[in-house]
Design a protein around this ligand. Structure first.
Ligand code: IPD
Ligand code: CA
Length: 261
């Protein structure tokens, strides 16, 4: 498979997703709840996902899909899997917070081969191809060699898993005094891209779904960072799983003290 052609198709599709997201700008968005009152879904999440699956299936009829708003079925031994989060940051989207994105990873032989994350509000397209680097629009990304003290830390609050609140806020308390400041943005996929772009030195969240991290993880790795579970083990990309996640330069991960020694 020509990965350049694959990436170009993924870029076109993710920009199309962004166009749909922007159509909601002037609307009052109606949200329905899923697992709890804070786990939201809108007609836009479904529409964006249907659009992405339709377009990608058209170009890659052999592909399988693991996507947030689809009943999560294990794609088995399918050799090409698109892992899709149609709107990452749905709560931000519902409240017109203007910090959401579409995230798509193409997973081949269990590992992401190509990834795109598009923030339509900022018109920022993050992408990566395995072995060929990460980019923000046309600019190549390389995580700057900063220490924890010289950076901002991003974290996710595990909003759908209240049982993890103590641990999450305990972890952020552990690093708060040793970094410049902390942020909670509401989109894990963009948090990972911001680490790749050097806007933050570290990101962690106690539980994420594969569609939240699959694309961002490759973008971080191709920018020179690491993205692993908080147990320090490799992430899983080819089926609908939930995993903790931590990302940054290896030295910053070590400095954070959040990984087992
Ligand atoms: C959520 C966002 C949020 C993170 C949650 C995710 P969604 O995705 O990425 O930042 O804290 O864990 O589930 O529900 O907006 O697609
Ligand atoms: Ca998500």
């Amino acid at each position: 498979m020509n990965t350049q052609e694959l990436l170009n198709t993924m870029k076109r599709v993710v920009r199309g997703c962004g166009q749909i997201i922007l159509e909601a700008e002037q609307e009052q968005i109606v949200a329905n709840t899923k697992t709890s009152f804070r786990d939201l879904v809108t007609a836009y999440d479904v529409r964006v996902q249907e659009y992405a699956i339709r377009e990608l299936s058209h170009s890659f009829p052999e592909a399988c899909f693991v996507a947030e708003e689809k009943d999560s079925v294990d794609p088995g031994n399918c050799s090409m899997i698109f892992v899709i989060d149609p709107i990452d940051g749905t709560a931000n989207f519902v409240h017109h917070f203007r910090h959401s994105c579409t995230s798509i990873a193409c997973v081949v032989d269990g590992k992401p081969a190509a990834a795109v994350v598009y923030d339509p509000y900022a018109d920022e397209l993050f992408c990566a191809e395995k072995g060929n680097g990460a980019f923000l629009n046309e600019r190549r990304l390389e995580i700057p060699k900063l220490s924890l003290e010289q950076t901002i830390v991003l974290f996710g609050s595990c909003p759908y898993n209240m049982e993890l609140a103590e641990e999450t806020f305990g972890n952020i308390r552990k690093v708060f005094g040793r970094c410049q400041d902390i942020r909670r943005s509401g989109s894990a996929a963009l948090d990972l891209c911001y680490v790749a772009a050097g806007r933050a030195g570290l990101f962690f969240e106690g539980v994420l779904s594969v569609w939240d991290y699959a694309a961002g993880a490759l973008i971080v790795q191709e920018a020179g960072g690491e993205c692993v579970s908080m147990e320090g083990t490799p992430l899983i990309y080819d089926r609908p799983v939930k995993k903790s996640c931590i990302a940054g330069r290896a030295e910053v991960l070590e400095e954070s003290g959040l990984l087992p020694r």
